[in-house]
Design a binder for this molecule. Structure first.
Ligand code: TTP
Length: 446
C-alpha cells in the first residue's frame, strides 16, 4: 500500500506539468501514460471498477477505403477515378473499392467479374500487402504516441483506451482530432475516428460519418445516437436474426431498447440480456492491448483447378513461408498446423495436426502441412483442387514464461536460415527470395 501511495503521489507530480501543458524534460509522455495506466489498475476495488468502466474514454480509428487509398496515394493521378483493389484472376474478389467506385455499387467481397460489369471504367489493382503493412506500422506508431493501450483489429483499424492520457492531451475530442491529424501528417491518408465511453459506441461512431469522420458520442447522447439505427447495426444480429425481430415489429435499436427483455428470449435465447444491454449502449469490454493472435493463415483460389501434386506442394510451401514469416515478425510460435482444401465440386475439408513442440520455421510448418495434404491426396489422386490454404493455431509468444522458447521444435540451423531470408525479404520487399520448390508456382504466375 505504501508503494501504491508513493505511486499515486508520483502520478500527481508527474501529471501536473502535463495537465497544464508545460514541457516535460525529465520524463517521456509514454512513461507517464504507462504509469497512469498502471496506477489506475493497481488500486481499484469493485465499486471503483464500476466507476472506472463508466469513466473510460475509448477512441476507435478506421482508415478510409484503406488499400484503395494507399494506391491513390502512390499514384496521385488515380485520385478522382474509381479504384478497385482485389484478386484480378477470373475468380478474384474485391478487397476494397474507393468511394468513387462505391457509387457504382462496388463493395468488399463482391466477385471481381461482377465489379467489372458494374464499373468497367475503374482502375483494377492487385493488393500490395507489404506496402499496406508498411503504412499500417506508421499508423500504429501514431496510436502509441497517445496511449500504450492499443488493440489492433486489422492493419487499418484499432481501439485506443485513452482514459489515462486525457489530461496529457486536453480531453478525448482533442485526442481524436490529433490522432486524425497526425495520421494524415505521417501517411497522407484520412481516417475516420469515433469516440465514446465504450468500444461498441466508439466503433459505431467512427462509422457514422465515413469517410474522414470525427464523431464523439457523449454519455448523455447515447439514445439519440443509437435509437434510429437499424437493429442490424448491433454486433451479432445478422441475416438470420433480423427477420425474427422484424416479425416482432422491432426494426430499430430504439424499438429493441424499449421492448421488454422477456419478449426477446425466444429470438436470442440466453443472449437476450446481452442484446438489450447493447441497445442501451452498454458494453464493459476492455481494450486489450495484449490480445494475442488466435491464428494466422493464408489461402489461394486458383484461376483454374489444379491436380498436379508438385504445383500444389509448391503453393503450400509459398503459404508456409508467408505464414511463418508473419509468425516470426510478431515473435510468435505455433503448435498446430491446419490445411484447407476445396475441390472442384466445392467440398471443403480441413485437416489439422498438433506438433510435439512449438515452431515458427518455414521448413517445419511446410513439412507438417505437406504431410496433411498428402494424407488427403492419398484418397483423392484425381480430384482437381480449387482452393488450397494452410494456417497455424495454438499460438504462444516466443518469450511467454519461457514456455514456447523452451519447447521449440526448430533447429538452430533452421532458425538462422529463416532469419537470413526474413532480412532479405524485408530489405527488398515482399517475397523476393523463395525456397526452390515455391519458385515453380511463382514462375507459372508471371
Ligand atoms: P475495412 O476497414 O472493412 O474497409 P475499408 O478500409 O476498405 O473501407 P471503409 O472506409 O469502409 O472502412 O477493410 C480494411 C481493408 O481490409 C480494406 O481496405 C481491404 C481489406 N479487406 C479485404 O481484403 N477483404 C474484405 O472483405 C474486407 C472487408 C476488407
Amino acid at each position: 500500500m505504501v508503494q501504491v501511495q508513493a505511486l499515486v503521489e508520483d502520478r500527481k507530480l508527474l501529471s501536473y506539468p502535463c495537465a497544464t501543458g508545460f514541457g516535460i524534460s525529465w520524463c517521456s509522455h509514454t512513461d507517464i501514460m504507462k504509469l497512469n495506466h498502471a496506477v489506475g489498475k493497481s488500486i481499484m476495488n469493485a465499486g471503483q471498477k464500476t466507476a472506472q468502466i463508466a469513466a473510460r474514454k475509448i477512441v476507435h480509428v478506421d482508415m478510409d477505403a484503406f488499400y484503395a487509398s494507399v494506391e491513390c496515394l502512390d499514384q496521385p493521378e488515380l485520385k478522382d477515378q474509381p479504384v478497385i483493389v482485389g484478386g484480378l484472376g477470373p475468380r478474384g474478389v474485391v478487397a476494397t473499392a474507393n468511394y468513387a467506385a462505391r457509387v457504382f455499387g462496388i463493395h468488399s467481397a463482391m466477385p471481381m467479374s461482377r465489379a467489372r460489369r458494374l464499373c468497367p471504367q475503374a482502375q483494377y489493382i492487385r493488393p500490395r500487402m507489404s506496402r499496406y503493412q508498411e503504412i499500417s506500422a506508421r499508423i500504429f506508431s501514431v496510436f502509441r504516441d497517445f496511449t500504450p493501450t492499443v488493440e489492433g483489429l486489422s492493419l487499418d483499424e484499432a481501439f485506443l483506451d485513452v482514459t489515462s492520457s486525457l489530461k496529457l492531451f486536453g480531453g478525448i475530442e482533442e485526442i481524436g482530432l490529433q490522432v486524425k491529424q497526425e495520421i494524415f501528417n505521417r501517411t497522407g491518408l484520412t481516417a475516420s475516428v469515433g469516440m465514446a465511453h465504450n468500444k461498441f459506441l466508439a466503433k459505431l461512431a467512427s462509422d457514422a460519418h465515413k469517410p474522414n469522420g470525427l464523431v464523439y458520442v457523449r454519455p448523455g447522447e447515447v439514445f439519440r445516437f443509437l435509437d434510429p439505427m437499424p437493429v442490424s447495426r448491433l454486433w451479432g444480429i445478422g441475416k438470420r436474426t433480423a427477420p425474427k425481430l422484424t416479425a416482432l415489429g422491432i426494426l430499430t435499436i430504439g424499438q429493441l431498447r424499449r421492448c421488454d427483455v422477456s419478449l426477446l428470449r425466444p429470438v436470442f435465447g440466453n443472449r437476450a440480456d446481452h442484446f438489450h444491454l447493447l441497445s442501451r449502449g452498454e458494453d464493459d469490454r476492455e481494450v486489450q492491448s495484449w490480445r494475442p493472435d488466435k491464428s494466422i493463415s493464408h489461402e489461394v483460389t486458383f484461376d483454374t483447378d489444379l491436380m498436379d501434386r508438385g504445383e500444389l506442394l509448391a503453393e503450400l510451401l509459398r503459404q508456409s513461408e508467408k505464414v511463418s514469416r508473419r509468425l516470426r515478425a510478431r515473435e510468435l510460435m505455433a503448435r498446430t498446423v491446419v490445411v484447407k482444401i476445396r475441390d472442384a465440386g466445392f467440398r471443403t475439408v480441413t485437416r489439422s495436426r498438433s506438433m510435439r513442440a512449438y515452431s515458427n520455421s518455414t521448413r517445419t510448418l511446410y513439412r507438417m502441412s505437406r504431410a496433411l495434404f498428402e494424407s488427403w491426396r492419398d484418397q483423392h489422386r484425381t480430384t482437381p483442387v480449387r482452393l488450397i490454404g494452410m494456417g497455424v493455431t495454438g499460438l504462444e509468444h516466443e518469450n511467454s514464461d519461457g514456455k514456447a522458447a523452451g519447447d521449440r521444435l526448430d533447429s538452430s540451423t533452421e532458425r538462422s536460415l529463416d532469419q537470413v531470408l526474413d532480412r532479405i525479404n524485408q530489405r527488398y520487399g515482399d517475397a523476393k527470395i523463395f525456397h526452390g520448390l515455391a519458385l515453380r508456382r511463382n514462375k507459372k504466375e508471371r
